[in-house]
Design a protein. Structure first.
Length: 168
């Protein structure tokens, strides 16, 4: 169990990480509670974090992050992940309530000289936001989207070990 300011880095950081790929890396940490279970073949993290605090009533007018990230590491040089994350924005960011869920699967590893990292995520939720339709109508905005991150490479067994790769 870990309580307090901490980085939440999972998988290849497709959904949640510490933003360490920028040129001016300063880290990204959260005020969070994280419970980790780990053994030889499975790791699982259950976490809750505060992204914005307005010091109103408990849980009101805040932005909260909740999630579960589990990894199966029982296959040599391969990891299989499954995750669920929920962002609850109670009228902070855009002045409206937002409930955004993300569920996903990831597989990554190396098989000989070949390496891969495949991540697929489905995001869904609803908002209290509305958008104008035509001159007189308005409709609620429902969130329904799919994202994918695919990386594959091959490392040649020679002096400098050049690697060819593709990202999508």
């Amino acid at each position: 169990l870990r309580v307090g300011r901490q980085e939440l880095v999972f998988g290849n950081e497709f959904v949640l990480g510490n933003n360490d790929t920028g040129a001016f890396f300063r880290g990204l940490s959260y005020d969070a509670v994280r419970l980790t279970f780990a053994n030889d073949v499975v790791t699982a993290d259950l976490f809750a974090g505060k992204l914005a605090e307005t010091f109103g009533d408990f849980g009101e007018d805040d932005v909260d992050l909740y999630g579960l990230y589990a990894s199966y590491i029982g296959i040599e040089d391969v990891v299989l992940d499954a995750y669920w994350m929920w962002i609850r924005d109670d009228e902070v960011t855009v002045g409206e309530n937002i409930d955004l869920h993300t569920v996903g699967l990831r597989g990554a590893g190396t098989l000989g000289a070949f390496d891969f990292d495949v991540n697929g995520a489905y995001q869904f939720g609803d908002t209290d936001l509305t958008r104008r339709v035509g001159l007189f109508g308005r409709e609620d905005i429902d969130i329904d989207a799919f994202g994918v991150d695919v990386r594959a490479g091959y490392t040649f067994d020679m002096g400098w070990q050049p690697r060819v790769f593709a990202n999508f």
